[in-house]
Design a protein around this ligand. Structure first.
Ligand code: CP
Length: 319
């Protein structure tokens, strides 16, 4: 692949290859050096047409730790605000001879369009409610680390019961995670109010629940998602209190899951709505900050692997 547009385009061995590649960067980031020259002389552009804290900062840190020159384009202060089309913006970025472009956009498919208009690798940092591939990969890396610390090999997630609960309908994180987790052998359960559950998820290999307590029964991992009210456009919006009553992860509800169940959240969190603070901050069980740590290493792996061809190095695993 030249680009990283979605988990749906990756084979299982390619997912595992990226997770394995990320380990060297986990080790580097935990050392005092925190720096490599792997991408020295290359330019990475982060073009963000939608807000971000974690993804933008971790791609910026990832590029800088690899020695690349990193520049950020925020839509709010760009000529997008003056009516420039997406393709003209892409052609403009391309003319600056970037070596990799990382894009977040509010419309599903926008990142694919840009990828067709530029000459360098494009990495999808989230497009509408379609995909957020680096989030799913960093989630898998964080999960693998937490399981290995418990002495489980976690080469893949065969038989692991992973519950994803929240606004599945609007969530690119859910979609990428369903694809990634099922590819790695997990038993994926989805839980949401009926109005926030998309059609067709059973065909992706997931099972559907509308009752949170039933879905939690024996789960090994509980991944909570926020309500994406910015994508609801006047459709059903539950009140935060009503939503918490039915779908909020409380300590009492967590007791229904496996006794050592891990807690995940991609952020940003709405504490007291989809997750209580006493659960989000639970020592030894919550791996939410570890997800953020793994995000930097995983994005270093993606930038490294995708720019290898331009650097004259063999790129993807070919087995
Ligand atoms: N998880 C995630 O994509 O967070 P940001 O929106 O802060 O980048």
């Amino acid at each position: 692949h030249r680009d990283l547009l979605g988990i749906g385009r990756l084979e299982r061995h390619e997912i595992l290859f990226l997770l394995d590649e990320a380990q060297q960067w986990v080790d580097l980031n935990r050392s005092s050096a925190k720096h490599s020259d792997a991408l020295a002389g290359l330019t990475v552009i982060n073009a963000f047409f939608e807000n971000s804290t974690r993804t933008l900062l971790s791609f910026e840190i990832a590029g800088k730790r690899l020695g690349a020159d990193v520049v950020n384009m925020h839509a709010a202060t760009s000529s997008v605000k003056k009516g420039e089309t997406l393709i003209d913006t892409a052609i403009t970025l391309n003319a600056m001879r970037a070596d990799a472009i990382v894009i977040r956009h509010g419309s599903s498919g926008a990142v694919d369009l840009i990828a067709q208009a530029v000459d360098c690798p494009v990495l999808n940092a989230g497009d509408g409610s379609h995909e957020h591939p680096t989030q799913a990969l960093l989630d898998a890396l964080a999960l693998r680390h937490a399981l290995r610390e418990r002495g489980e090999p976690a080469d893949d997630f065969t038989g692991l019961k992973v519950l994803i609960c929240g606004d599945i309908l609007h969530s690119r994180v859910a979609r990428s995670n369903i694809l990634c987790l099922t590819a790695l052998g997990a038993d994926v359960r989805l839980c949401a109010p009926p109005a926030l559950m998309p059609d067709g998820v059973e065909a992706m290999g997931a099972s559907v629940f509308h009752n949170f307590e039933t879905a939690l029964d024996g789960a090994d991992v509980v991944m909570m998602l926020r309500l994406q009210t910015e994508r609801m456009n006047g459709q059903f919006i539950p009140s935060p209190r009503e939503y918490h009553y039915l779908f909020g992860l409380t300590k009492a509800r967590l007791a229904l899951a496996a006794s050592d169940a891990l807690i995940m959240h991609p952020g940003p969190m709405n504490r007291g709505v989809e997750i209580d603070s006493e659960v989000a901050d639970l020592l030894d069980r919550s791996i939410i900050t570890r997800q953020v740590e793994m995000g930097v290493a995983l994005r270093m792996a993606c930038l490294d692997v995708l720019t290898r061809k331009a650097r004259g190095i063999e790129g993807w695993a070919s087995q």
